[in-house]
Ligand binder design. Sequence first.
Ligand code: SAM
Length: 268
Amino acid sequence: MKLYTHIDRIKAELISRNMTPPIDPIALSEIDSMHYLGNDAVQAAVDVMKFDPSCHVLDVGSGFGGPARILATLSKCHVTALELQQDIHELGEDLTKRCNLDDLVQHVNGDILDNDTVERLGYGFDGIVSFLVFLHIPSKKPLLDVCAKVLKPNGSVFIEDFYCIAPFTELETKSLSRDVFCSDLPSKQEYIQQLELSGFCNINFVELTTEWTQYVTNRLEQFIENKERYTAVHGENAYSGLLEFYTVVATLFNGGNLGGVRIIAQTK
Ligand SMILES: C[S@@+](CC[C@H](N)C(=O)[O-])C[C@H]1O[C@@H](n2cnc3c(N)ncnc32)[C@H](O)[C@@H]1O
């Protein structure tokens, strides 16, 4: 099953905004990034991880490649952008070419949990970033093991993810699974324990729940305010589908049991 189905919306936005090559990746990031707090989150990764032109970074679950292109633009580092869905991967690769960033950003299609994919990625990355992807992968242990394996010693991860603050209600569990493709979220303690078991140290669990709750609440309000423009570009069905998704996510965060976190940790 495909998690994400809005490929056509990116193409429609490119046409509507008259974006032709060479495209500015910062302007493009307004439509191609799926994580929270936009480029500030990517800037935080560059600052915390001290990425520079000598670094090779793996972006796990790169989506349309937005964060990977911003990373490369801000720090001139080399990025391998790994994406599971072939159609999203192909559009991401095309957008990178349209931004003239294909010398810095290389796209790979595959599953981070698949051994052949990992062989194709190679080893010895300086850092791994991942924005709102791990929440789709229920079993964190094999995922964190792979991350540790492909990093060089003293390599770092910068992961933005969901976690469980307190037990979810039955309705929340159903909504997370059905609408967000998310199940078995770990608690803070469980997450840290898994990181340690996979060999990570210097673990920094940065609480983002308040900021993200505000962000998803504002996102919903602004989306409703901009209904006319969105419907004109994408149609009524796309509007009502996204309205439902944004409402579900805002309700979950405002419920107080869903948390947002940035995890920074190092291999030994
Ligand atoms: C919420 S989107 C975030 C995309 C991107 N990180 C961003 O912030 O724009 C999650 C992405 O992770 C990808 N993904 C999910 N599971 C994956 C896996 N096992 N391996 C690689 N990518 C995966 C999905 O296909 C989707 O494009």
